[in-house]
Design a protein around this ligand. Structure first.
Ligand SMILES: *Cc1c(COP(=O)(O)O)cnc(C)c1O
Length: 408
């Protein structure tokens, strides 16, 4: 496969030159609130920062509750946010072959020490948050939906996360709409919402150095997020990491120790406002492409394509990626061997279930012998395929051929 063009690992919304000379205001929170049809959106410097703010606000309300329940297969930044707040990570196994939290495991985890439960809409897929709501609320805890990868997903005509206490989105590079790094926080209760705004003012003030750095990074994204630019800023370092056998770096799971906390400046917000105007059409065409491609992938014997949770009524997720499940780890690894680094946007969402990263072990206090069988099975069988329009039909055909051979 040609490496002149590099398909991105996710369907990030490209910027246009006109976005960089914004004319339509800089209140990204208000623009996102209109887009999501929610009363208010708080813009933060990352999805992780949004979670830190929410957890701090909740913990202030219930200081005796220190445990935060996460899916055992999720972004390591989520565990870092919990640890940053000096709270305790409790890992919940997934349902077999999916991203929903296992209700039996969740029942065992929820109690008087639980602060929050985080159902996670991995890869834009709508997970079923209802069991988490029932169990968490019965235990006096809150539900924070992690929709970092699901900006624009709807459930029954409402913004994803409606009915839960908090939902947050990521505006990081590669997650759809981007400020290079950014986040969006939606809080149902107005008093809690005000608490979150106050906490953000305290812990995440404007910092000129960070804003200059992120602004330059956003300019770099605008310039190089193109099929012929991605090779330089993404493909080359990916292939170098793969050549070294460093899968954690290849997947972008190699996070530094600290969490940056600062406000988002007006220029970057204004760029976001401009780009947001194109997001609905972008998501719609992504959905159409994903529907066609998922149907072709599902025709491959042994291959599963993750859909929205079948127990959620009126779920309409978004499609930054197609998440595939191969029959077993050996076949998944064979497919990865052929596709990862081949410039077609294939890879892993995250390399491991959280306890299996050596570098994040200190974040977890849970006994390492917890089997978490479904999360580990998922980590071993999943493969992510970017749903960018830059992935041409010929490349997609070639991917299907590899998957057919690997699943046979
Ligand atoms: C990326 C991601 C986050 C963190 O968002 P950032 O904006 O990168 O801080 C949290 N949860 C999930 C599932 C993610 O994919």
């Amino acid at each position: 496969m040609s490496l002149k063009r590099e398909a991105p690992p996710t369907a990030g919304l490209p910027l246009r030159a006109a976005d960089l000379l914004p004319t339509s205001g800089s209140d990204l929170g208000a623009a996102l609130a209109r887009f999501l049809q929610v009363p208010a959106v708080q813009v933060t410097c990352s999805g992780t920062a949004a979670l830190v703010v929410a957890l701090k606000a909740l913990h202030a309300r219930a200081p005796q509750r220190r445990e935060v329940v996460l899916p055992a297969y999720t972004c390591p930044l989520v565990a870092m946010a919990v640890a940053h707040c000096r709270l305790t990570v409790r890992l919940c196994d997934l349902q077999p072959g999916g991203i929903d939290l296992c209700p039996a495991a969740l029942t065992a985890l929820c109690g008087p020490r639980t602060l929050a439960v985080l159902p996670t809409h991995l890869g834009g897929r709508v997970a079923d948050a209802a069991p988490a709501r029932a169990l968490a609320h019965a235990a006096g805890a809150w539900v924070v939906e992690d929709a970092a990868q699901a900006l624009g997903a709807r459930v029954g005509g409402h913004c994803i996360g409606t009915g839960s206490d908090v939902v947050f989105f990521s505006l990081a590079v590669g997650k759809g709409l981007t400020l290079f790094e950014g986040g969006a926080l939606v809080v149902a209760d107005p008093t809690l919402r005000e608490d979150c705004r106050r906490i953000a003012r305290e812990i995440a003030p404007f910092r000129l150095g960070w804003e200059l750095r992120r602004s330059l990074e956003l300019l770099g994204y605008a310039a190089l997020y193109r099929p012929d630019g991605l090779r330089w800023v993404y493909g080359r370092s990916l292939r170098r990491a793969l050549a070294r056998g460093d899968l954690v770096e290849a997947a972008g799971d190699d996070f530094g120790p600290g969490i940056a906390l600062h406000a988002v400046g007006r220029w970057r917000q204004a760029v976001g406002v401009q780009a947001l105007a194109r997001l609905p059409a972008w998501l719609a065409s992504g959905t159409e492409q994903a529907r066609e491609r998922a149907a072709r992938l599902r025709a491959i014997a042994g291959l599963a394509v993750l859909g929205d949770s079948p127990t959620v009524c009126g779920a309409r997720g978004v499609w930054p990626v197609l998440l595939l499940l191969l029959p077993d780890r050996a076949r998944r690894d064979a497919a990865l061997q052929a596709l990862w680094g081949a410039g077609v946007g294939a890879g892993l969402p995250f390399v491991h279930a959280l306890p299996d990263y050596a570098r994040y072990r200190a974040l977890l206090t849970q006994a390492a012998e917890d089997p978490l069988p479904n999360s580990r099975d998922f980590a071993g069988r999943v493969l992510s395929l970017g749903n960018s329009p830059w992935l041409h039909e010929a490349q997609f055909d070639a991917i299907c051929a590899v998957l057919r051979r690997c699943c046979a």
